[in-house]
Design a protein around this ligand. Structure first.
Ligand SMILES: [Zn+2]
Length: 266
């Protein structure tokens, strides 16, 4: 089986994880810019991080035959400080044309605060002006429904954007419908313990169909599983999904969305 891991924070993972993913059939890994587990003190920290995502990490992945792509942006957990946000956004033009950069992400909301919303609008504007794909992080737990609603409103109000060039990630049963109805793509994140298990993700797939959906591990520095996607494939097989259908969700779907960037090649 071959698959694409469309959302993984590999800077937080060991080199052995790359090897295990390659052995499981992974062909490409895509890494959105995200929180480091602590708040960075200055824009310089982001400059180093963007350099790591665009220069160093592709070389580490290539040792195992994996192609590494990334997304750039300021995550919502660090979006309260508008001065810092402005400084981080000013770094983007230096990196956005690097060959492995797929677009702006993961941007979005965490606590649904006023400043987070302002920074989201700033980054959506950047993406629109630079014709970039957008990858959106939605809040967890009780903030998810409201946050997803707010994000969709921002995106729908911008007439420059095309919905099929936007993916809303970390959807759950109560948000997947509104995302797909908007014409945008939806990402289901497979967490080993709480949140969306492979079984729940496949329930959603069986309910909403296989169009405009992908699955990812979103593995990072916390409790997470870099092999969550191939494990979901196993669950699909157990439920009787034919191999062609599994490959369509785990390989063809992410490829179709990501190729819109003009940079995603395997
Ligand atoms: Zn993430």
């Amino acid at each position: 089986m071959k698959y694409i891991e469309p959302h993984a924070h590999m800077v937080s993972r060991t080199t052995e994880d790359y090897e295990r993913m390659a052995l499981a059939g992974c062909e490409a890994v895509c890494e959105p810019a995200f929180w480091a587990g602590y708040d960075r003190c200055s824009a310089d920290g982001f400059h180093d991080y963007f350099s790591q995502l665009t220069r160093y990490e592709p070389r580490r992945a290539a040792r195992f035959g994996l192609i590494h792509f990334c997304w750039l942006g300021l995550n919502s957990k660090e979006a309260e400080d508008l001065t810092l946000a402005g400084e981080v956004l000013a770094l983007l033009p230096e990196f956005i044309d690097q060959p492995n950069v797929l677009g702006i992400g993961e941007i979005g909301l965490n606590k649904n605060s006023r400043n987070e919303l302002r920074v989201l609008e700033m980054q959506v504007d950047f993406a629109a002006r630079h014709h970039q794909l957008i990858l959106v992080h939605t809040p967890h737990l009780e903030d998810k429904w409201k946050g997803t609603r707010l994000i969709l409103d921002v995106l729908k109000n911008d007439q420059r954007l095309r919905p099929e060039r936007i993916l809303i990630d970390h959807v759950e049963e109560h948000t997947v419908g509104m995302v797909l109805d908007s014409g945008m793509w939806a990402g289901m994140t497979l967490y080993p313990e709480t949140k969306c298990t492979p079984a729940r993700a496949i329930d959603m797939l069986e309910t909403y169909g296989r169009e405009k959906l992908w699955m990812n591990s979103a593995c990072d520095w916390g409790v997470s599983d870099p092999l969550a996607v191939p494990k979901a494939a196993l669950e699909m097989r157990k439920r009787g999904h034919p191999p062609g259908a599994i490959e369509r969700v785990l390989f063809d779907n992410p490829k179709k969305f990501l190729r819109q960037s003009g940079k995603f090649t395997l």
